[in-house]
Design a protein around this ligand. Structure first.
Ligand SMILES: NC(=O)c1ccc[n+]([C@@H]2O[C@H](COP(=O)([O-])OP(=O)(O)OC[C@H]3O[C@@H](n4cnc5c(N)ncnc54)[C@H](O)[C@@H]3O)[C@@H](O)[C@H]2O)c1
Length: 399
């Protein structure tokens, strides 16, 4: 790697693979002080159409079917792993063994056992990493964290989170890998609550104990035709079982004494991507909703107006000023990924873990693991402690 070239290898050219690619390309524009001009070297995907897209649309120099070729290429300095969950462990452990710093999507593997294996491989190799906990980077979330951590909200008493989505609300949507235990692991626990739980830990602190309930509301779905990710060749109309939860609700306790509730669904009719987090303290509270990315509801003792005031994010909040000149001109979802790419690349250049880490990925997976144990016996379960480079308690990363 030289200052002006950073060789990027991509594993899997789906939604997230395309987004990671756009994020790398945006770095010289939004984070010029990093001094890198990413070179998109090679992308891997078994689907020929995805490989064509990687070269023709995203700008990779070449595309291959086997991800091992990405890891073996000496021109590749960093790797993005954007595959379905069941491939994360094999790919991330191989990347660590090849000595390639990687940016992996959440949830990190299917189960906490996958996340532990990835975390151990990374610690053995001494690499920096990044995990796709993109909601952390919203300027409104950054401002909320400052208010919580500075004590402006007083003693934090409780957190409410809710991640309500409609992406699987159509009962005729096909039975993809996301609904299979073997290839996805959990349902909304890993897919959506991993985001919410990471945010809760990032704002307030470590979650130490949890109890949960879960339901599957759409119990079967039409089997898709044969494919690489969807491998079953089904007769038209044939249904198969949904093996993981559509809905989950958690009660939890923070190590510091606060308590919390969080629920999530992927089959709601109404909300689209209503991901909210609310933090309540003895002197005020903050509320954020992803669907209103650039707004933070704030109520503070002593403010002139009673009740909630809507703060529109502005220069000074997180990295807003790198994207827009002033409040009211909105940042978008892709911008959060550009910030994540910048934190990853800065981590690689400095050899210091600034981005959300695989330890953070394991920490979220450990809460999901405790919640799944609670689903079996209905009891409260302690969350396994993670020793490693957690960034949830770090000061805001300086880029
Ligand atoms: N951070 C977020 O907010 C967010 C949002 C969506 C998805 N995700 C995560 O990103 C990951 C990918 O999700 P997606 O929506 O991009 O999936 P997708 O279905 O759009 O893409 C998956 C890609 O993986 C490819 N693939 C399958 N087998 C492969 C193999 N052996 N080698 C290389 N590639 C292979 C497929 O061909 C496909 O192109 C998942 O872990 C998901 O949970 C994160």
């Amino acid at each position: 790697m030289t200052v002006d070239t950073l060789g990027v290898g991509l594993v899997s050219v789906g939604w997230m693979g395309r987004l990671h690619s756009r994020a790398y390309r945006a770095l010289p524009d939004h984070f010029p002080e990093l001094g890198v001009r990413p070179r998109l070297v090679v992308a891997a995907d078994p689907l020929p159409a995805a490989r064509d897209q990687a070269v023709g649309r995203l700008g990779y120099e070449r595309a291959v079917a086997d991800f091992h070729e990405v890891l073996a290429d000496p021109a590749v300095d960093v790797v993005s792993i954007c595959s379905p969950n069941f491939l994360h462990r094999e790919m991330a452990v191989a990347a660590a063994q090849a000595g390639k710093p990687f940016w992996i999507e959440k949830p990190m593997g299917r189960y906490a056992s996958d996340s532990r294996a990835i975390h151990e491989a990374v610690e053995r190799a001494g690499l920096v990493t990044s995990v796709g906990f993109n909601y952390r980077h919203a300027p409104a979330v950054q401002r909320a964290r400052e208010l919580v951590r500075s004590g402006r909200l007083g003693r934090i008493t409780n957190v409410r989170g809710s991640l309500l989505a409609d992406y699987s609300s159509d009962p005729d949507a096909p039975l993809t890998w996301r609904f299979e235990r073997e290839r996805a692991g959990s349902g909304v626990l890993g897919d959506l609550l991993s985001h919410g739980l990471d945010l809760a830990q990032y704002l307030v602190g470590r979650i130490a104990g949890v109890t949960a309930l879960a339901e599957t509301f759409i119990e079967s779905r039409p089997r898709p035709g044969a494919g690489i990710v969807d491998r079953s060749a089904a007769a038209p109309g044939e249904h198969g079982p949904v093996e993981n939860e559509d809905y989950a609700a958690l009660l939890f306790r923070f190590e510091g004494g606060a308590v919390g509730t969080m629920d999530s669904s992927r089959v709601m009719r109404g909300p689209h991507a209503e991901y909210t987090l609310e933090v309540y303290g003895t002197r005020g509270s903050v509320r954020w909703d992803f669907q209103r990315l650039n707004e933070l509801q704030v109520a503070l003792d002593g403010q002139e107006v009673d009740g909630y005031v809507t703060h529109l994010v502005a220069p000074g909040d997180g990295h807003f000023a790198r994207f827009q000149p002033g409040a009211g001109t909105a940042m978008g979802y892709d911008d959060l990924k550009t910030i994540e790419a910048a934190q990853f690349v800065a981590s690689v250049l400095r050899g210091e873990q600034l981005a959300p880490s695989v330890a953070d990925g394991l920490a979220a997976a450990s809460i999901v693991e405790a919640a799944e144990a609670s689903l079996v016996d209905g009891a409260w379960h302690d969350v396994a402690r993670v020793d490693g480079r957690l960034t949830t308690d770090a000061a805001a990363p300086v880029l």
